[in-house]
Design a binder for this molecule. Structure first.
Ligand code: AMP
Length: 268
């Protein structure tokens, strides 16, 4: 299953994505996490993204598209993935369509979590307060100014994606203000038809992907030859356990991405 989770910052995308990972055995791909890993690792992408992220603005499309292109080519994404925080602009959505079309793949659904701005601000402020009380480090963009910017970036650049996917007949909207369990059940119902469909496999993965295969073999993307910033970012993201403290608020300490390959290996 290949899904996109759409929703403003603080809508609960990370929490719901984790639950979908558990339910469907797919990987969660969060561009925000990958970029934070790149910033922490000091890669060229990280250096380029650092200040933009701290201001609450969007990182340029070419940077995130390159990261995602590399990441969805990895073996653990073959069974499916849930994109959390990508695409965030119409050009990113178009680039994703092209990337998938090259592999003869399609999105099974786009889940939009609707949450009012007032509630988002409240949720995020509460979360910042709780993290401060626990003495946990805050993200560089967890401050009122950046939050406002992130919200306005969402409305201006990301919200139009709802119409983009509605036009393609794959948008499924649910109320993200309901309790977490209720949202999870609603998403489960929305995805029932897609979950019943047999999983589409990439067309002839070993042969068709031969160009990329040599790069990703053994999960060593970017480690053999010349490293691009995006590849290094994706690699850093894969190597780094996903921090669940922010999205999913400590509900599940396990790293979703790294927990999957074992199962995949058995099945293949
Ligand atoms: P997130 O963790 O998804 O809230 O993302 C944190 C920050 O990373 C965003 O405010 C952006 O600066 C950057 N970012 C994450 N994903 C994207 C994307 N798809 N396009 C552009 N910037 C992104």
């Amino acid at each position: 299953m290949r899904l996109v989770l759409l929703g403003p910052p603080g809508a609960g995308k990370g929490t719901q994505a984790q639950r979908l990972v558990d339910k469907h055995g797919i990987v969660q791909l969060s561009t925000g996490d990958m970029l934070r890993a790149a910033v922490a690792a000091g890669t060229p992408v990280g250096l380029r993204a650092k200040d933009i992220m701290a201001r609450g603005e969007l990182v340029p499309d070419d940077v995130v598209v390159a990261i995602i292109a590399d990441r969805i080519a990895q073996p653990d994404a073959r069974r499916g993935f849930i994109l959390d925080g990508f695409p965030r602009t119409v050009p990113q959505a178009q680039a994703l369509d092209r990337l998938l079309a090259q592999k003869d793949l399609k999105l099974d659904g786009v889940i939009e979590l609707k949450v009012d701005d007032g509630i988002l601000m409240q949720r995020i402020e509460n979360r910042i307060g709780q993290m401060r009380a626990r003495g946990e480090p805050l993200r560089s963009d967890d401050n009122p100014e950046s939050l406002k910017k992130r919200l306005s970036a969402y409305h201006a650049q990301t919200a139009p994606l709802a119409a983009y996917y509605r036009d393609r007949g794959i948008l499924k909207t649910t109320n993200g203000m309901a309790p977490i369990e209720t949202v999870t059940r609603a998403i489960g119902r929305l995805l029932e038809p897609a979950a019943r469909r047999p999983a589409a496999r990439p067309k002839s993965p070993p042969k068709a992907a031969s160009g990329r295969k040599s790069k990703v073999k053994g999960r060593r993307a970017g480690s053999g030859g010349r490293k691009t910033g995006a590849k290094a970012a994706a690699k850093a993201a894969r190597a780094k356990p996903r921090r669940s403290s922010r999205k999913g608020a400590g509900k599940r300490p396990k790293n979703a991405v790294s927990s999957r390959p074992r199962r995949l290996t058995k099945r293949r």
